[in-house]
Design a protein around this ligand. Structure first.
Ligand code: NIG
Ligand code: FE
Length: 405
């Protein structure tokens, strides 16, 4: 079926074919058509242009007067499969304990793992589906979801099966990321090598054999996994066809960026604590630096230095990190606001970071991330808003009227 969207106040992020990401000074450029039309046919973008040459022969029309259209957000980093929220830790933080202290006392990821072990696949599916529907309503049209609250063969596979059910039942790109290396489980506290062996020799091979994951991830951080452990887990993943992504430099300079780049990671995520060395490592690589500003906001830790990254002619992606411990929010519009307010990104840079660069960081920029002929008809129709900068400016407001996908 053909659908014609007409009188679009601005059609945003209009790109020719073949642009898979944008970097450096180009991030400040958001190509658009004023007073535009957009034609879709059978879930594909067929054509678009300015209203003075709008096609006349299409019956099915939607008037978008006063509204903008932009590609759906690609959220390349989430943990939306989890058993329960953790607001008790939130209160501990208010009283002065740090994320690391709570984790060291058996809270944090281990707390989520305990709860997940006792939750059925069905119940996990129901709560994750609810979160997915919520983030779609805020404009997300493609999402990467990690395991990592299982921390055993059975529970990691259970999480990945939940993601597989989401893929089957929701008509948006969903990528599964095996993050068994999220924390050392309590029972391996004095024998971490044995857990790493379990990941390498059992969890990765089974997840790959059952086609349950596209990516492999490691929390490379002081108190979690070392650079050497990260390297061997990423290499094992690669040997089984999983593409590396990585959690790096959230709490300290960890060497995670370098080991990610050396292993050709698709993205290195967090980057709250980086120096010139990390920026240099990212230059001349295909790895996408990814910042998670809602996590910085929630934990009260530094924001990734977006200006330094962009000035170094690098690309930058933004994602939510939606999870129960460090980011209980999957709202990409709030990410846009934080990027502009706290990281001094221009609205154009922030929108590029959550669309085309987000698509790159989850391997879907051939089909998503821009308004391009032949790409998926996956876009947001905003409410009537004065300008696109307003989406970031009016923090907390839902500017999305409809999500088409
Ligand atoms: O990306 N950093 C590691 N993982 C999550 C937090 C997980 C948790 O606390 O449950 C993150 O911030
Ligand atoms: Fe994360």
């Amino acid at each position: 079926m053909k659908t014609l969207y007409i009188n679009i106040k601005q059609l945003l992020q209009v790109r020719p074919e073949g642009i898979l990401k944008v970097r450096g000074a180009d991030m400040a450029n958001l190509p658009l058509i004023e007073n535009a039309w957009l034609l879709t046919e059978d879930k594909i973008i067929k054509d678009f242009g300015a209203m003075d040459n709008c096609p006349h022969d299409i019956e099915n029309k939607l008037d978008c007067s006063g509204k903008m259209i932009l590609p759906t957000f690609c959220d390349s980093h989430t943990h939306i499969v989890f058993a329960a929220s953790r607001e008790e830790e939130f209160v501990m933080k208010i009283k002065g304990q740090s994320y690391e202290e709570i984790a060291a006392a058996g809270g944090g990821i281990l707390n989520s793992a305990r709860k997940l072990a006792d939750t059925s696949e069905d119940d996990l599916y129901k709560s994750a589906a609810k979160r997915l529907e919520e983030v779609i309503s805020y404009g997300t049209g493609a999402i990467e979801i990690k395991s990592g609250y299982g921390l055993s063969l059975d529970a990691e596979i259970k999480m990945l099966k939940v993601i597989r059910r989401l893929k089957k039942n929701y008509n948006i790109p969903i990528k599964a990321n095996l993050l068994a290396a999220h924390a050392i489980p309590l029972e391996y506290k004095n024998n971490r090598e044995a857990y790493i062996k379990l990941i390498i020799e059992e969890i990765i091979p089974l997840a790959a054999k059952e086609n349950l994951a596209e990516y492999v991830d490691v929390f490379c951080e002081k108190g979690f996994f070392t650079v050497e452990e990260t390297d061997s887990i990423l290499k094992a993943g690669k040997a089984h066809g999983l593409v590396p992504k990585i959690h790096a430099n959230q709490l300290a300079v960890s060497g995670g960026v370098q080991v990610g780049v050396e292993n050709n990671a698709l993205s290195v995520d967090h980057l709250e604590e980086i120096t010139e060395n990390e920026i240099e490592a990212l230059q001349n690589s295909n790895t996408m630096p990814t910042a998670l500003p809602s996590c910085s906001f929630f934990l009260g830790i530094p924001f990734a230095p977006a200006r330094d990254i962009i000035s170094a002619n690098l690309a930058l992606c933004l994602a939510t990190d939606y999870n129960p411990g460090s980011t209980p929010s999957g709202n990409m519009q709030f990410v846009l606001s934080l990027a502009c307010i706290k990281m001094k990104m221009l609205p154009e840079e922030a929108i590029n970071a959550v669309t085309i660069n987000g698509a790159y960081a989850m391997g879907v920029s051939e089909t998503h991330g821009s308004i391009t002929k032949g790409k998926a008809a996956s876009f947001i129709i905003t409410k009537q808003i004065p300008s696109y900068a307003y989406i970031a400016y009016s923090f907390g407001e839902n500017c999305v009227d409809q999500v088409i996908f």
